[in-house]
Write a protein of this length. Structure first.
Length: 178
């Protein structure tokens, strides 16, 4: 299994972008009643930076004025960790909080090979809001990590889930790419 965890890859400019823009009072987040899973009734807030390829209009690159700058964060991680990027498939900022379920359904983000990068952008109160990455059986946890501000976690296409925080919220920038 491909897995990289990095605590020191963001430039000072990128950290300021996160603190002053992404976590700023004027950055728009949009209510999502669920993540789109059949059995998911856990609302969250989202800002879509780059739409999935199948949702984009012809020639459309970014869904947000912040999409290009956010893409630079992915590039910083990939340069430092010697990962090639051919195409960014999607990018979003998600904010989750205490929900009816303890965790979201186990899922993969696409039905084809890809990599995923999560960049934790806040310091949540609840350190137990973990990312769990499973073996293909969907039962065996291969990796588990807790959120820490500015930490990046990259892995290949694998079933995964997150545990919702019991207190406060958890904000993460999500990229899928190949």
């Amino acid at each position: 299994m491909f897995y990289i965890e990095d605590h020191d890859f963001l430039s000072q400019d990128s950290k300021k972008f996160i603190d002053n823009i992404i976590l700023g009072r004027e950055f728009p987040y949009f209510y999502q009643p669920s993540a789109g899973f059949d059995d998911d009734h856990n609302p969250f807030f989202c800002h879509i930076l780059i739409k999935r390829p199948e949702e984009r209009a012809d020639g459309e690159k970014f869904n947000s004025q912040y999409g290009e700058k956010a893409g630079q964060l992915l590039v910083e991680f990939c340069i430092k960790n010697n990962i090639d990027v051919v195409e960014i498939l999607r990018a979003a900022v998600n904010i989750v909080y205490n929900s009816p379920d303890d965790e979201c359904p186990i899922h993969t983000d696409h039905d084809f090979d890809h990599k995923q990068l999560l960049i934790y952008i806040n310091e949540p109160f609840d350190k137990k809001s973990n990312l769990k990455i499973y073996d293909w059986d969907g039962k065996t946890v291969e990796k588990e990590t807790s959120p820490e501000k500015f930490k990046g976690v990259c892995f290949d296409r694998r079933p995964h889930t997150i545990v919702y925080p019991k207190k406060g919220d958890r904000a993460v920038m999500v990229f899928t790419f190949r």
